[in-house]
Ligand binder design. Sequence first.
Ligand code: C2R
Length: 184
Amino acid sequence: MSVAVVMGSASDAPVMDGAVEALREFSVPVEVRVLSAHRTPDDTMDFARNAASRGIRVLIAGAGGAAHLAGVLAAASSLPVIGVPIATGELRGLDALLATVQMPRGVPVATVAVNGAKNAGLLAVRILALEDERLAEALTRHLDASAAQVRAADEELQKRYADPRGSYAETSDGTEPRLGTLPG
Ligand code: C2R
């Protein structure tokens, strides 16, 4: 049981690393590939057609510009495909977002935000957790930890603004303000 993180170019790796990291956080085996529907169409089709029989359960595809990679994977495989539009060039991801999300009826690609690779990884974990109790428990712990950090930030801000002169920039000991952040 593994997840493939596929990207149209090695130049997408700094963004797609977010998906790999999220999957590794949950100890999900990951296969990372550069495949392009435009530049290596035969390799892309072979990969998509054989992915399920090789034990891959979810495909994550990141591409920028005229981003057809996720759609082509979804056309040639019945596995769930999560598309990550990558921000590149003059249109800063709007082109990739529309190319990835506007799939024709019958060929779905679940599209995350522009550069939203981490969410793509987390969505793949949620899909796998449906059939994997260990993963489901780890996911619950992750969500609890995330909620605890938001509550800590809420408490801290409430205290800070309880003083009518209080502001975000203020700390009692003069150090930089540190508010709770989401994990990862
Ligand atoms: P280069 O940096 O290699 O020129 O690539 C890649 O995902 C990358 O964001 C520029 C951008 O072209 C994208 N690309 C696609 C596809 N293959 C490469 N959109 C595809 O198959 O859709």
